[in-house]
Design a binder for this molecule. Structure first.
Ligand code: ZN
Length: 185
């Protein structure tokens, strides 16, 4: 089932999300729905707060980037209760977007190498290192479960430049070809 994606301005995007247990209600269905919602919107990652749930869950399918980085061909993962343990290397720029912030794309600086511990969809515990675009996508989604958006990371000038667009999005004044949920005023 395709779920509406929460738009910029909703308080759920600003909450630090909570860990879940393996009896979380209808978790396999929820994970399926999140993948379906993400694919429908042509995204490569989706975090639970973006569908209105303040829980530490995000899904990633980076295969659209396989042309740039071959190892991303089958990079499809579920991250539950993730904690980034380490970020290292010299920060690099990449042009990011976000399904909750349609029409806004900006260069964001992030470190290239991460170590992350998480549970997969079977609640098997994993600690892995990722780098490059895989790390980038994970860092973006991980920020969502910490209540952080990529626009928070811009310099004051860029923030001022996009302020009007962000206001429009939070007021529902945006053209988007997937279902979204806007805060009612
Ligand atoms: Zn996002």
């Amino acid at each position: 089932m395709i779920l509406p994606i929460v738009a910029f301005g909703d308080a759920v995007l600003r909450k630090k999300a909570e860990n879940i247990t393996n009896d979380y209600k209808a978790l396999p269905q929820l994970i399926n729905d999140m993948f379906e919602t993400m694919y429908n919107a042509n995204g490569v990652g989706l975090a639970a707060p973006q569908i209105g749930l303040a829980i530490r869950l995000f899904v990633i399918d980076a295969s659209p980037f396989a042309e740039d980085e071959k190892e991303l061909e089958n990079f499809k993962r579920v991250f539950i209760n993730a904690q980034i343990l380490d970020e290292a290397g010299e920060a690099w720029k990449f042009n990011e977007g976000c399904l909750s912030i349609p029409g806004v794309r900006e260069d964001v600086l992030r470190k290239p190498d991460i170590t992350i511990t998480y549970l997969d969809e079977n609640f098997d515990s994993k600690t892995e290192k990722f780098s490059g675009l895989a790390a980038r996508i994970i860092q973006h989604e991980y920020d969502h479960i910490e209540g952080i958006l990529f626009t928070d990371k811009l310099n004051p000038l860029r923030k001022r430049m996009i302020k009007g667009k962000l206001n429009d999005i939070s007021n529902g004044k945006v053209n988007v070809d997937y279902r979204m949920r806007f805060i009612r005023k």
